[in-house]
Design a protein around this ligand. Structure first.
Ligand SMILES: [Zn+2]
Length: 164
């Protein structure tokens, strides 16, 4: 059965209910020597503990176990997310915000946190790009399997919990 055409007035009402367009976000990770791109808001990740177990140290920050160790540092992670929300939530929909995550070597902390924030921002409707500017990549299959959905869900929950 054909669907009856919506009256124009009704359509307009529905358009108003659509969520506001979110800003685009370019997410970077970098080491402490890297000159951040101009207009990039730099967030220091060195307050996090680095993964200190031998089985994780050889991997890079894309490893889900390493990312999970950052999620568990809830106080530090919330502080980062508060900063992320302050920059992105009220930014105009046609703008692009640049967020740079920085740690000592640009291999574990900045990479893992950038991956989590990038995933969470995407779930919350932002168009994002992610670049690791200083990473020395681990070649194992776990680090190269793409960001863990479980970790991203946890990051989204943490992001929703922090006030702007
Ligand atoms: Zn690895």
């Amino acid at each position: 059965m054909p669907v009856p055409a919506q009256p124009a007035k009704e359509v307009r009402k529905r358009v108003k209910l659509l969520p506001r367009r979110r800003c685009a976000v370019r997410v970077f990770s970098m080491n402490s020597d890297y000159a951040a791109p101009a207009d990039c808001h730099v967030i220091d990740c060195r307050g996090f503990w680095d993964p200190n177990t031998r089985h994780l140290r050889g991997h890079d920050g894309r490893h889900p176990g390493i990312q999970h160790s950052f999620l568990k540092q809830t106080f530090r992670f919330s502080r980062i997310l508060r900063e992320v929300k302050a920059k992105t939530v009220s930014a105009p929909g046609n703008s692009t915000v640049m967020l740079g995550f920085r740690c000592h070597k640009g291999r574990h902390r900045s990479v893992g946190i950038a991956e989590l924030v990038d995933g969470a921002l995407q779930v919350r409707g932002h168009r994002t790009t992610l670049e690791h500017l200083s990473i020395r990549k681990c070649t194992c299959s776990v680090c190269n399997q793409g960001v863990s959905r479980t970790n991203v869900s946890l990051a989204v929950g943490a992001m929703d919990d922090v006030s702007e």
